[in-house]
Write a protein that binds this ligand. Structure first.
Ligand code: ATP
Ligand code: MG
Length: 390
């Protein structure tokens, strides 16, 4: 089916001379998101994109576009000729589709084509009167209408629309540089990844796997979570690092109550090294203040002490319920609650310290050959390219 969709983008229009760059990123992301589901043509016109669906399922196109960051809203557009009678007829048909008895409405006209003989207020008035006569049960309310009917008079045709479907907002993925997401199989880290993608960040992901203490299924879960994230921004490289040797060493050589802190310091060291190799400018985690023992301010302080790279924690101020709500909305929740173990839970001590002291932790680490452990883990890292489901 042929259809035309108007796409609005907000924030990226404000970026001064970067505007072209942002627009091009958005257009490229729109194109990529539609690959394989529909044949589309994209035009840029005065700060907006129009997607013309030439062949394929328009509802599926709309669902995909609702996952493209940078899109604020979209409207399916009906086309009328450059002629007031044609405009009235199409307007009546379109408003008829959404009209309910007792509804108030208003017509808003933009006349981009100044050669059109009627001015905008005249068009609004004529079309409004026609609609009152031809769509039953409506009244006009110019201040707080239930429904706006937009008429946009362009050079070769007139666009008419009644719907504004919300998009995800944010900035186009690829507009902000690359970040490395520390992804577990839990609820939080995929949400953290989604939130940074929303701000234009291209993701690579790093997962620590403790085979055979954690199963292939646990890894699969992370692959599936990453695949859901690709739906919002294209392919993601998932690095799976071996953590088993490190955990064995920690258990053998360090006080058990410090295990969580030490483990996480090792994760951060490895992640920072990988980020350097991959050109990522920040690490991203799903930590939320006070949620568990390793997420007290003291823990975060001691853990982050091993790195200099910025660490983004987009969930830091969120309650679990808020995080769960987002994870349901972005379709990671059902995967996250699959009951497979994570490397952190396998080796969880009975009484972890909630307020580790830096001096104690550094003392405990003297028993380890940290450089060798980091290097070995990186050498054994497997990289999987995850592409979206088409
Ligand atoms: P999540 O729901 O994301 O697992 P969590 O509430 O279970 O978070 P922790 O297990 O303390 O919290 O992990 C905190 C953060 O550390 C995670 O959000 C994630 O970014 C990172 N992390 C934890 N385990 C792993 C892992 N096995 N591989 C990579 N990153 C991890
Ligand atoms: Mg976890």
């Amino acid at each position: 089916m042929k259809a035309l969709l108007l796409i609005r983008y907000g924030e990226i229009g404000l970026k001064g001379k970067n505007r072209k760059f942002f627009e091009n990123k958005l257009t490229a992301n729109i194109k990529r998101s539609l690959l394989g589901i529909a044949e589309c043509r994209i035009q840029q016109y005065r700060g907006r994109n129009f997607v013309e669906v030439l062949e394929g399922d328009t509802a599926a196109v709309i669902r995909r576009l609702q996952q493209v960051f940078g899109i604020v809203s979209l409207s399916p557009v009906a086309i009328a000729e450059l002629d007031i009678e044609s405009i009235k007829a199409v307007a009546a048909r379109e408003l008829g589709k959404v009209a309910k008895p007792g509804m108030t409405f208003k017509v808003e006209t933009k006349r981009a084509n100044k050669r059109f003989p009627l001015r905008s207020p005249e068009v609004s008035r004529d079309v409004g009167e026609y609609l009152l006569d031809h769509v039953p049960g409506l009244t006009v309310d110019v201040h707080h209408p239930d429904q706006v009917l937009d008429v946009e008079i362009r050079d070769h045709e007139t666009y008419i629309y009644t719907q504004r479907i919300p998009g995800p907002g944010g900035l186009p993925v690829g507009a902000s540089g690359k970040g490395l997401l520390l992804i577990s199989g839990g609820i939080d880290s995929p949400v953290a990844g989604w939130m940074t993608m929303k701000r234009g960040v291209t993701l690579e992901a790093l997962h620590f796997h403790s085979f055979p203490f954690t199963s292939e299924r646990a890894k699969e879960k992370v692959v599936d979570l990453t695949r859901v994230l690709t739906g919002y921004g294209g392919k993601i490289l998932l690095h799976v690092a071996h953590f088993t040797e490190i955990q064995k060493e920690l258990r053998l050589k360090c006080p058990e109550k410090l295990t969580v802190t030490l483990m996480r310091r090792m994760m951060f060291r490895i992640a920072e090294r990988l980020a350097e190799q991959r050109g990522a400018l920040a690490l991203i985690t799903g930590e939320s203040l006070g949620q568990v023992a390793s997420q007290t301010m003291e823990s975060i302080h001691v853990i982050e002490h091993v790195t200099t790279i910025p660490v983004f924690r987009p969930l830091i101020g969120m309650d679990k319920e808020e995080i769960v709500n987002i994870s349901r909305r972005i379709d990671t929740y059902d995967i996250s609650i699959r009951p497979y173990e994570d490397c952190c839970t396998v080796f969880l001590p009975e009484f972890p310290v909630t307020r580790p002291r830096l001096a104690d932790v550094e003392e405990a680490e003297k028993a380890l050959d940290i450089e060798a452990l980091v290097t070995e883990s990186l050498e054994k890292t497997e990289t999987i390219e995850i592409r979206g489901q088409v």
